[in-house]
Design a protein around this ligand. Structure first.
Ligand code: AMP
Length: 184
């Protein structure tokens, strides 16, 4: 049973690694960014509420993403395990998730911290060229990461749930290190 949370700055390779590992393990890859982008495309209520935050590189309010994750983790396919990518991003979300997992009997989650230096992640994000990947927005997302999300490293470290993987190496090397770390 694999339940993994991917943590790390934007551009560290979380999405790519989380997706390929989930395929390899035959478990769902749950990316809150992907769900929100789809909601925007579908122009749902959630999408309309989230769009302005995402365009600026701000976090969408906790309540919106928490409701979304709760709904997603209650689907039947999560019984085999899951990889959460992009959630939690605040300590409040982490506390919410911890309680939710206890309530739905899905504990024993581990957190993978995929780390890479700022210059590396900025270069990668500029290269990716997503709509919210202009340099100003990228820098803002990094600030938000440092302020709101990076404290989760300590939070999960204190709970002895943290595994660290060096994101500043080739995609193949990251994948190898990741697989080693999660079975260790
Ligand atoms: P990502 O694809 O993970 O880089 O997320 C893209 C954007 O979606 C972020 O910059 C946020 O605006 C929003 N977002 C994704 N996940 C969360 C979350 N857990 N909490 C708040 N906002 C989020």
């Amino acid at each position: 049973m694999t339940r993994l949370i991917f943590l790390g700055p934007p551009g560290a390779g979380k999405g790519t690694q989380a997706k390929s590992l989930a395929e390899f393990l035959h478990i769902p890859h749950i990316s809150t960014g992907d769900i929100l982008r789809q909601a925007i495309l579908d122009q749902t209520n959630l999408g309309l509420k989230a769009q302005s935050y995402m365009d600026k590189g701000d976090l969408v309010p906790d309540q919106l993403v928490e409701d979304m994750v709760k709904e997603r983790l209650n689907k039947a396919d999560t019984e085999a395990g899951w990889i959460l990518d992009g959630f939690p991003r605040t300590v409040a979300q982490a506390i919410f998730l911890g309680e939710l997992l206890v309530n739905i009997s899905q504990g024993q989650e581990k957190v993978v911290n995929l780390d890479a230096p700022d210059e590396v992640v900025i270069a990668r994000l500029l290269d990716r060229g997503r709509k919210d990947d202009t340099e100003a927005v990228i820098r803002h997302r990094l600030e938000v990461y440092r302020q709101d999300t990076a404290p989760l490293i300590k939070y999960y470290g204190n709970l002895h749930k943290l595994l660290t993987v060096n994101g500043n190496q080739s995609q193949e090397e990251v994948t190898t290190e990741l697989k080693n770390v999660i079975v260790a």
